[in-house]
Design a protein around this ligand. Structure first.
Ligand SMILES: [Zn+2]
Ligand SMILES: [Zn+2]
Length: 412
């Protein structure tokens, strides 16, 4: 084994001793001695450093392929396992800095003993497409209990995945953690093969609005990342998501904190309205008002939804003001509220994978989601955070303006 503390940081003009941080891409391509002193140094040197990955994968900088797979199949070499990372859409005009990093890992499987929803084989949610969109289900005591159970499991899974978050890991790793945690709970991860979605989890960093596909991209200190988890257990679905700060750097970025914390508050404010008799169209007004007060915009394309034995039954729940959604909250209804706020324009465009949608101006977005039950007197948040859940609200970082104010400085 290599003793990391005796090595030097790989950073171009860095004199420091290496820390314990190893480049995860290097590890994947079989280079076991790429140590950096800090995450910052790693990030600073990334553009230069990443060329070694291409070389390790058999590509020189000018793109010439070398045959690094031994010609004889009898020779077993580590090179056979080398993954060739690439951007699948090299000519696409990306709006921000996030790029897809392929290949995707093979589709994960769920043991046959666990009940599967109808899309698991065909990719098509047939029953859901046949639903009468004007009829909102009310669950009896047994159905409500089943929803409590699957939502409790979904919260457990989200917390397990969120606990793994740190700079240097890939979103594909988070997908693996999510998938295994679902299977351990005898649950099918609802997104898997839903309209042919290839993964068990949606991971949406920075300018990705929602439905990002877990891939080989490495999370960076300073990223914000939404984890959207859905489970199917004993015939019922649960759905929740949260946006997290990756590393400590994002927590000091006023814009990132503004969009994340405002979105968190918008969801809480909408939930506070839920009780029998509240029109579903009312949620959007409070969400948009609060978003605007913080100079954020509401992404109108995506809405909350009913959830029960179906993944996305009626009602559809808009998050913007002056919407015309039909339906009134009644005891026994279960649905999600899941606002998405943006720092810039609320318009989005799709990557060519037809899932990942990003803001048209590349600015960041955040989303939060709960599944809830309307009770006789109010609401029960079935996916509520627990005392020890990772993440949670943080204060706005001090801005230079604040410092000036506390110092008694005046502005002309
Ligand atoms: Zn969700
Ligand atoms: Zn949802």
């Amino acid at each position: 084994m290599v003793e990391s503390s005796k090595m030097k940081c790989l950073g171009a003009d860095c004199e420091n001793d290496a820390g314990t941080l190893q480049c995860p891409t290097c590890l994947k391509v079989g280079l076991n001695d790429s140590y950096f002193c800090t995450q910052d140094c790693f990030k600073r040197n990334w553009n230069q450093h990443k060329t070694v990955h291409k070389i390790a994968q058999g590509k020189t900088q000018n793109g010439t392929l070398h045959n690094i797979i031994p010609p004889s199949p009898k020779v077993v070499s580590k090179c056979n396992e080398v993954a060739r990372f690439y951007n699948p859409f090299p000519s696409y005009a990306f709006t921000g800095s996030v790029r897809p990093v392929y290949p995707l890992s093979p589709m994960r499987t769920v043991p046959k003993s666990i009940p599967h929803p109808d899309w698991s084989v065909t990719g098509i949610p047939k029953a859901e497409r046949r639903l009468n969109r004007s009829k909102i289900d009310l669950l009896d005591a047994k159905g409500q209990e089943a929803m409590r159970k699957v939502c409790r499991l979904a919260r457990e899974v989200l917390d397990i995945v969120a606990a793994e978050l740190k700079p240097g890991i890939t979103t594909d790793y988070l997908d693996e953690v999510c998938h295994n945690a679902c299977v351990e709970r005898k649950s099918y991860p609802s997104p898997l093969n839903y309209n042919h979605f290839p993964k068990s989890l949606c991971t949406s960093p920075n300018e990705v609005v929602c439905h990002g596909i877990p891939d080989q991209r490495i999370l960076l200190d300073g990223d914000i990342l939404n984890l959207d988890i859905s489970l199917y257990h004993e015939g019922y679905h649960a759905d929740l998501n949260e946006t997290y700060y990756v590393g400590d750097r994002a927590k000091t970025d006023p814009d990132s904190v503004r969009v994340v914390e405002t979105t968190r508050e918008c969801l809480d404010m909408a939930i506070a309205l839920v009780k029998p008799g509240t029109p579903i169209r009312d949620f959007g007004a409070v969400i948009e008002k609060h978003a605007k007060s913080r100079n954020c915009t509401v992404v109108a394309t995506w809405g909350g939804h009913g959830i029960n034995t179906e993944f996305h039954p009626p009602p559809w729940i808009p998050h913007y003001a002056k919407n015309k959604a039909v339906g009134v909250c009644k005891p026994g209804m279960t649905f999600t509220i899941e606002p998405i706020l943006a720092l810039g324009k609320s318009r989005e465009v799709y990557w060519p994978d037809n899932w990942t949608n990003v803001t048209v101006d590349g600015k960041r977005t955040a989303q939060f989601e709960h599944t809830m039950l309307v009770t006789e007197t109010g609401v029960e948040v079935l996916t509520a955070r627990k005392e020890n859940s990772p993440g949670g609200p943080i204060p706005m970082p001090a801005t230079p303006n604040d410092t000036a104010k506390t110092n008694g400085a005046t502005h002309a």
